[in-house]
Design a protein around this ligand. Structure first.
Ligand code: SAM
Length: 342
């Protein structure tokens, strides 16, 4: 009977409550609510926040009240302050800030997801509809302006500031002295890698405008054991190295491209060296985890690739020539796969 249907499920479906929640979070973040409350020495009224952020009082009152309902803020009757979690993850200056990830989701990913139906029908990403740019070259579309590229690069860093160390310590990488991070982007993993493994050097290999931006905005003079190498990993020769890291690279591409890239990596890998893949893995029976299932849809609307199972990566690595393949699922979003040459 109707009465056996959980009310929360009906609310979830009927009210699109997820849409409301996520837009509330995006808006509070982007208007600067969490930063403003963080900067204040005491809890603030809705009026004070509205004045500080130049918004309507009525709109701000409703936004703050919804944030309390979502447990993003706390309130003593009419004064608002951040929860501990909001201070840690939603303010811009926190070392674990997810601000850039939220900003990118709100302004880019969300627009692509608007066309999920078309993506499912057509089996391809939706940059043309969402942004009016050709998606013939995936990263030309992603980097359609310098500003978009910097935002993407900030997005890439944010998750590694939270779980990058776990990824890099899943296996003992200390035997590998020269490490290439293919598609290393803004360098968060490279920085963590040199701090965890004091004897290694890491080279970030990426497209020319990415390495240029990385040097300008993301690396400092202190990063002496990190260097940059501009190139196209599909077209150019890869330099020899002990270890190649490919973090969130293969999930961008169709199988043929993954095979091409892993073949090149195998050829350039020194004997006894290896390759480290970092990806969100689907379970072998496809039953989860839901994060990887949703990420795979995200890959459909945004890239040319998909999320894969551990066995699919093992098959790709073995086909390229790598012999022993070890999978470490840390219980986080991302799993780590180490495969060795010879
Ligand atoms: N590895 C980083 C991480 O996990 O944060 C970034 C992953 S991002 C999804 C993919 C990266 O691959 C981007 O930095 C992009 O610029 C780079 N990339 C894409 N195509 C490339 C190519 N043909 N040659 C070199 N780098 C490429």
């Amino acid at each position: 009977s109707n009465s056996s249907i959980p009310v929360s499920y009906v609310q979830y479906v009927q009210n699109s409550s997820n849409l409301f929640c996520i837009q509330t979070l995006f808006t509070a973040c982007e208007l600067g609510v969490f930063d403003h409350l963080d900067a204040s020495e005491h809890p603030l009224s809705a009026m004070a926040v509205a004045q500080g952020l130049s918004t309507s009082k009525d709109g701000m009152e409703r936004l703050l009240s919804a944030c309390v309902g979502l447990e993003l803020l706390t309130t003593q009757p009419i004064l608002y302050s951040n929860t501990e979690m909001s201070t840690m993850f939603l303010t811009k200056s926190s070392p674990q800030s997810l601000y850039h990830s939220i900003e990118y989701s709100s302004n880019t990913i969300y627009l692509c997801w608007h066309y999920l139906k078309d993506a499912v029908r057509e089996g391809k990403n939706q940059y043309e509809k969402a942004f009016g740019v050709s998606s013939k070259d995936l990263f030309e579309a992603l980097y359609r302006s310098d500003e978009e590229m910097v935002k993407f690069m900030q997005l890439m860093n944010s998750v590694w500031n939270i779980c990058g160390k776990d990824v890099l310590t899943a296996f003992d990488l200390s035997p590998f002295k020269s490490i290439y991070d293919l598609g290393g982007c803004s360098g968060a993993l490279a920085k963590l890698c040199v701090s965890v493994y004091p004897e290694c050097t890491v080279t970030i290999f990426d497209l020319p405008k990415v390495t240029e931006t990385c040097r300008k905005h993301f690396l400092s003079d202190e990063d002496v054991r990190i260097s940059l190498h501009k190139g196209d990993f599909f077209k150019d020769t890869l330099p020899d190295a002990d270890l190649f890291i490919l973090a969130r690279i293969l999930h961008d591409w169709k199988e043929e491209r993954c095979i091409l890239l892993l073949d090149k990596v195998y050829k350039s890998c020194k004997p006894g060296g290896g390759v480290l893949l970092v990806e969100a893995l689907l379970s072998e029976d496809n039953s989860g985890p839901v994060t990887a299932q949703l990420y795979s849809l995200n890959m459909l609307v945004q890239t040319e690739g998909r999320e894969r199972k551990g066995s699919e990566y093992t098959r790709l690595l073995s086909a390229a020539g790598f012999s022993s393949v070890h999978i470490h699922s840390a219980g986080h979003i991302y799993s780590v796969i180490l495969a060795l040459k010879g």
